[in-house]
Design a protein around this ligand. Structure first.
Ligand SMILES: O=c1[nH]cnc2c1ncn2[C@@H]1O[C@H](CO)[C@@H](O)[C@H]1O
Length: 340
């Protein structure tokens, strides 16, 4: 282990962009696939699963993602999945995580909204009790399912309003799914006190990010790497301190970027755009949050002080309480001071 790798491993962290089903470990996916063998294309064998998680492009990724979503059939699956995600995050010294969950997908498959919310909240209590990890939820609209899914996601968010819910998002494909159509739903979610965190500029250009800001009131942007193509947008993000949640390996694996060396993270940081580094769908992309910190450190030329600052930025950009932020920032400071 290099010095930087071991520094990253022990560093207390916050994770701001990680998808619920996309965080299912190969063991959990295999277990669920075995339970539903015959009715699902998802392989149960780990080597075959690794191959299944090789994506030709973003559309293929979403197709595979939804086949894994389809394995989750009841509230007990949700509870197990969420608790196991918390275990893995805490293993990486994650103290606070905003998990993007898509209640629409589960409710559509027959899990009632109250049972879904009860299951994630149970796991949240377990994560705090057993792992010292604070979980929060971003309820996202699966863009490919259109306006009915927006309506339903908003309804679930407002009617159930689980304690951990902090934000409202929009995921899935961007091509053919213009952001402005979702404005009424984001308006209502924001009026109810939820933060706005849509995906934008992952697979389409800077105009989608402008739409996310102007129409959806985005306070943070999921991915947003296309901002690097627009100087005026980068200046705007810097001036208004709208952070991007950057997930380098995800962009490589969905082929949003051809090569990590071409990843725009360096240009974004040089332009003063606030960023955090995140893992997105770690097992599906063969990565971890620790690995994303290492990748970012390589691309940005960071030493331990730079990596500690990256971890602080994620805390600062989070929707955690001020007291929670202060506690985690102090923990990062102490770790950095005492290291080595
Ligand atoms: O990188 C990503 N970009 C967009 N959506 C994603 C990504 N990873 C997982 N999802 C998930 O894809 C589903 C279908 O819309 C949603 O559940 C969304 O959360």
């Amino acid at each position: 282990m290099t010095d930087l790798t071991s520094f990253i491993a022990g560093l207390p962290k916050a994770e701001l962009h990680v998808h619920h089903v996309g965080s299912a470990s190969p063991r959990i996916v295999a277990e669920l696939a075995a339970r539903h063998e015959g009715s699902s294309p998802v392989p149960t064998d780990p080597a075959a699963l690794e191959k299944y998680f090789e994506f030709h492009d973003f559309a293929h990724f979403i197709e595979v993602y939804l086949s894994v979503v389809d394995l989750i059939r009841d509230a007990e699956d949700i509870r197990l999945l969420t608790y196991e995600i918390a275990r893995e995050l805490s293993r990486q010294q994650v103290r606070y995580a905003e998990l993007t969950v898509t209640p629409y997908s589960s409710v559509r498959r027959g899990i009632p909204a109250p049972a879904f919310c009860e299951a994630i909240e149970d796991a949240r209590a377990g994560a705090r009790r057993d792992f010292g990890l604070e979980l929060a939820w971003c309820f996202d609209i699966p863009g490919e399912a259109g306006l009915p899914s927006a309506e339903e996601t908003l309804r679930i968010a407002l009617e159930q309003r689980p304690d951990g819910l902090v934000s409202f998002g929009l995921g899935g494909p961007e091509i053919g799914v213009p952001r402005p159509q979702f404005k009424p739903y984001f308006d209502k979610a924001r009026a109810a006190g939820l933060h706005s965190v849509p995906h934008a500029g992952e697979t389409t250009g800077p105009e989608t990010i402008w739409d996310a800001i102007r129409e959806l009131g985005a306070e943070r942007i999921g991915h947003g790497i296309a901002a690097a193509q627009d100087e005026r947008l980068m200046a705007y993000l810097a001036e208004h301190q709208i952070p991007l949640e950057v997930c380098p390996t995800s962009n490589l694996r969905t082929r949003a970027v051809a090569d990590l060396a071409e990843h725009p993270i360096g240009r974004l940081v040089a332009a003063g755009v606030p960023i955090s580094v995140n893992s997105d769908d770690p097992p599906m992309f063969g990565t971890t949050l620790e690995q994303e910190y290492a990748v970012a450190a390589g691309l940005l030329g960071l030493d331990t002080a730079g990596v500690a600052e990256l971890a602080r930025d994620a805390v600062r950009h989070s929707f955690r309480s001020d007291a929670g932020k202060a506690e985690l920032l102090a923990e990062i400071d102490a770790y950095h001071e005492n290291y080595g």
